[in-house]
Write a protein that binds this ligand. Structure first.
Ligand code: ADP
Ligand code: MG
Length: 255
């Protein structure tokens, strides 16, 4: 860490760079919500998100998914290859919930019948396959963007966009099947991708943490359609002690 130079502070991480160009992320205990309007700190939160990210990056790499990940420096640092972050992030949803439900219910968004499946549509129902959305990343308030805007703005080539979608589905399937065995439903998740110096697109930032995923307790959902949050919603909605919830998630995932 000595030889690394401080670059900048993000909302949750501090960013340093080694002389060889590698990035060191220091995961802090900071938590923010509502575009940074609500802020707090919770003990061990940084170390938990860092450890979980490293666990998932190693698992995904073992499955052949290219990522920026290089090394875990316990307890709360992650070394990564520097990439140029794409200006859109991907949100993949497996359930009709949160802002997706709100927009759908208000008639602002059309979701294909095939994705919704048969029967009555209600908040929290599972989708038949993942529903992907892209949102801007470098605007003051992030907003959803269409495929046409992504390609038209030159943010990604058509082939790259298709690749990012496929990769996101693959990543989601890997996370989901592992998590369900640990009593966690992956309701939705966010990914960031970047362009490496070689020009290829790799998974970047953090993955599979309760900061960037919506996790629900499986038993409560299946037995009584009760949504017990195991993620940052606990902070957004003031539903309890984030440190305790994050510790529980970490124990379930890593054992
Ligand atoms: P933010 O306030 O943007 O959420 P974070 O606290 O999450 O920031 O810090 C991580 C920042 O570093 C994010 O802006 C993310 O896009 C960026 N980033 C992630 N991975 C890489 C990488 N490999 N190279 C360069 N920047 C990255
Ligand atoms: Mg972030």
């Amino acid at each position: 860490m000595n030889e690394a130079k401080f670059i900048r502070s993000g909302k949750a991480k501090e960013i340093y760079q080694r002389p060889n160009g590698d990035i060191i992320f220091v995961f802090t205990d900071r938590v923010t919500a509502f575009d940074g309007l609500k802020k707090a700190e919770y003990q061990h939160k940084g170390a938990i998100c860092c450890k979980l990210s490293c666990f998932w990056f190693e698992k995904l790499q073992a499955e052949g998914i290219p990522t920026h990940y290089k090394e875990y420096l316990p307890p709360n640092m992650l070394v990564a290859e520097e990439v140029s972050i794409l200006p859109v992030e991907v949100i993949a949803r497996n359930y009709l919930y949160g802002s997706l439900w709100k927009r759908y219910n208000a008639g602002e968004l059309v979701i294909e019948d095939e994705v919704l499946g048969p029967g009555e549509r209600s908040a929290g129902m599972p989708l038949t396959r993942s529903f992907l959305e892209f949102t801007t990343k470098f605007e003051r308030i992030d907003r959803p963007v269409t495929d046409d805007e992504i390609i038209g703005s030159g943010w990604m080539a058509e082939g790259e966009l298709a690749h990012v979608k496929e990769e996101t589905i693959r990543i989601g399937a890997i996370l989901r099947s592992y998590l369900i065995q640990r009593g966690i439903i992956l309701a939705d998740f966010k990914l960031e991708y970047g362009r490496s110096r070689r020009g290829d697109i790799v998974l970047a930032d953090e993955v599979g943490t309760p900061d960037v995923c919506r996790f629900w307790d499986k038993d409560a959902y299946e037995q009584e359609l009760n949504f017990i949050s195991l993620d940052k919603d606990v902070f957004r909605q003031g539903k309890g002690d984030l440190s305790e919830v994050y510790r529980e998630v970490c124990t379930r995932i890593l054992g």
